[in-house]
Design a protein around this ligand. Structure first.
Ligand SMILES: Nc1ncnc2c1ncn2[C@@H]1O[C@H](COP(=O)(O)OP(=O)(O)O)[C@@H](O)[C@H]1O
Ligand SMILES: O=C(O)C1=C[C@@H](OP(=O)(O)O)[C@@H](O)[C@H](O)C1
Ligand SMILES: [Mg+2]
Length: 172
């Protein structure tokens, strides 16, 4: 292995599943968004407000390139981490890539509880999530080693399925 990298849309459970998976495997856990927040001393909405989405994407790219150099960590990315070709290349080279797939309906439900996702601060977050999914789903699929369905499956079950599917993967 090198690293274990979780990709997928907002609300797929990357941060939640990543933490559980790392605990189970006794590996360090890094969440790209949290690392950016720690490094800048500002939260994600503040970075979007002050530097715009492009400013955030520049910070995200630098962080992904750095985190993909690690060895033996579980890495949760942000939903837009696959947008830049350079990021897709870094993620692909950084380890096994797990796409946590989730329906837009579940994404809406799971993201409605908190307000820390600036792209969803809009009158119709469902439309934003649908539009993002149509652009990003092919990009997630392009770099995924495995695709895991998370709808109607509690985090524990998702973790177990990831572990089973990883064991069954042939070496690259
Ligand atoms: N498999 C799941 N089933 C039900 N709820 C989940 C599942 N995975 C995550 N959640 C919940 O959805 C919300 C968003 O999860 P989070 O890990 O922040 O997603 P992401 O990092 O992919 O945006 C959290 O409240 C989390 O507890
Ligand atoms: O999908 C996106 O573009 C984003 C997803 C967020 O992370 P999560 O996918 O962990 O919510 C965070 O990186 C930022 O708000 C932008
Ligand atoms: Mg997250």
């Amino acid at each position: 292995m090198r690293n274990l990298i979780l990709i997928g849309p907002m609300g797929a459970g990357k941060s939640t599943i990543g933490r559980l998976l790392a605990k189970e495997l006794r590996l360090p856990f890094k969440d790209s968004d949290k690392e950016i927040e720690q490094r800048t001393g500002a939260d994600i909405p503040w970075i979007f407000d002050v530097e715009g989405e492009q400013g955030f994407r520049d910070r995200e790219q630098a962080m992904i390139e750095e985190l993909c150099e690690e060895d033996g960590v579980v890495l949760a990315t942000g939903g837009g981490a696959v947008l830049r070709p350079a990021n897709r290349h870094a993620l692909r080279c950084g380890g096994r890539v797990v796409y946590l797939h989730t329906s837009v309906e579940q994404q809406i439900e799971r993201t409605s509880r908190d307000r820390n996702r600036p792209l969803l601060r809009t009158a119709d977050p469902g439309k934003v999530l649908r539009d993002l999914m149509s652009i990003r789903d092919p990009l997630y699929r392009e770099i995924a080693d495995i695709i895991i369905e998370t709808d109607e499956r509690p985090p524990r079950l998702v973790v177990n399925e990831i572990l089973e599917r990883l064991q069954a993967l042939p070496p690259r």
